[in-house]
Design a protein around this ligand. Structure first.
Ligand SMILES: [Zn+2]
Length: 246
């Protein structure tokens, strides 16, 4: 059986998916804004198409790490398909029968489905990550423009059966309520959230759908967690600290 040919088909499939999803070619480091891809998501979050060199470097770093994830799925898929096809081949040889084309198709189909599901998880997590990163950068910019050195932020949490206990119900929301907890931008740690930590992180935990959002001075939440204007001098961060003993 020609395993090289099958591997090259898998490689082509992955390289097409990578290009359309990332908008970034890790070989020549070129960024494409054409499609509805991660680059576009980053620029939308940032609120501008004109990014400076620092923003470009951050974008490239995120895209490279996403590329590495996808590439590891590609290598795993290749290895699994090859090992299953080799097993199939020796099995048929032992029985002195010609190998069944249908069986080959089934194996490739199964492995591509598994790969597709892993890709989907990666895509979702990376999209959340890039959206939150670019939003944080925008919040910082807007804040500085208004003379706010350390803006207030919160996470919009999707509440359903999949909402995580930690960090969503314990850190993104005030524990035991549906009220988003206010954080200072500098409180949010870089990297991924690790279970048990006392502060939230920019990068998502598994299955995260949380969206980082700025909280403007004067605004706050009602007791259900709906956003509400509370007056020029209102400081929701201090208000929550006192009211909920944070
Ligand atoms: Zn989350």
């Amino acid at each position: 059986m020609n395993n090289d040919k099958i591997s090259s088909v898998i490689d082509t499939l992955f390289s097409e998916m990578t290009r359309s999803f990332l908008g970034f070619n890790p070989k020549d480091k070129k960024i494409s804004k054409q499609h509805n891809n991660l680059v576009k998501l980053f620029l939308t979050g940032l609120g501008t198409e004109n990014i400076n060199s620092e923003e470009r470097d951050i974008l490239k770093a995120v895209l490279s790490s996403t590329y590495d994830y996808i590439d590891s799925i590609r290598l795993k898929t290749r290895a699994r398909v090859n090992s299953r096809l080799n097993g199939l081949e020796s099995d048929y040889k032992k029985r002195e029968m010609p190998i069944s084309a249908n069986k080959i198709r089934t194996i490739i189909g199964e492995e591509l489905t598994t790969a597709g599901n892993s890709m989907l998880l990666t895509v979702n997590a990376e999209a959340t990550k890039i959206r939150n990163l670019s939003t944080a950068m925008k919040i910082e910019k807007i804040g500085l423009g208004k003379g706010i050195k350390d803006p207030y932020v919160f996470f919009i949490v999707t509440l359903d059966g999949k909402t995580a206990e930690s960090p969503e119900k314990t850190l993104h929301l005030i524990k035991g309520t549906t009220i988003p907890r206010i954080w200072k931008l500098s409180d949010i740690k870089g990297g991924h959230y690790i279970k048990g930590e006392k502060k939230p992180a920019f990068l998502p935990h598994p299955f995260c759908r949380c969206v980082l959002t700025p909280m403007m001075p004067g605004w706050g939440f009602d007791d259900k967690g709906k956003i509400k204007y509370k007056g020029v001098k209102h400081d929701e961060y201090l208000y929550q600290k006192k009211k909920f003993n944070l």
